[in-house]
Design a binder for this molecule. Sequence first.
Ligand code: HEC
Ligand code: HEC
Length: 155
Amino acid sequence: MRSKVMYLALLGMALSLALAPMAFSENAGFSKFVEAKSTICFPLELTFKRPSGVVATKLPAVTFSHGQHATLACADCHHMWDGKGPVESCNSDGCHDVMDSRQDTMSYFKAYHSKDAAYSCLGCHMKMNQERKEHGKEVLKLSPCSNNICHVAQK
Ligand code: HEC
Ligand code: HEC
């Protein structure tokens, strides 16, 4: 019994010693050649999970890659982000949280499909295609909805 308590106490001491440098290191995770002033963590690739209550659709789920959009500025999409605090989801409370509509500017649907706003997937891609057409370049495949660059049909 006594030796067990001793053992646990020793283990605890060893652990706190091992963890101490981590807890006090302000540069955790980076090389010793950089001093991080601020950091942010984001999913490089994600799949959208449709929130409950959203207008039903049978279209294939959408995968989004931050990597494919690395030439853009964060605020080109995260248009309400102040550049400092946490980045919120498009459908955070008070943002695109209207689920039962496809017309409302603040609907979940419009966040991704507004043709008027360059923040939305469709709005930006349509604008890009317009410019590309004018320059005789290849355009992104935006239709049909059931099989385009965003909603990719499953084979
Ligand atoms: C082309 C558009 C686009 C650009 C550019 C972009 N993002 Fe995103 N980002 C998204 C989308 C879409 C999501 C998923 C939206 C959601 O969570 O509702 C997302 C999600 C995120 C999340 C996770 C949010 C959550 O739900 O927890 C973070 C963090 C994030 N982005 C940070 C960044 C940072 C930092 C940059 C710039 C370096 C950036 N993004 C550039 C579109 C973009
Ligand atoms: C502000 C502009 C902008 C927004 C908003 C945007 N994109 Fe894009 N998207 C781009 C650009 C630029 C490319 C790169 C095109 C290229 O490389 O030819 C791209 C490429 C893509 C591609 C790859 C196309 C291919 O070549 O196969 C996919 C998929 C895609 N976007 C999905 C999305 C989704 C999903 C959203 C919304 C969640 C989104 N994008 C929002 C600008 C945008």
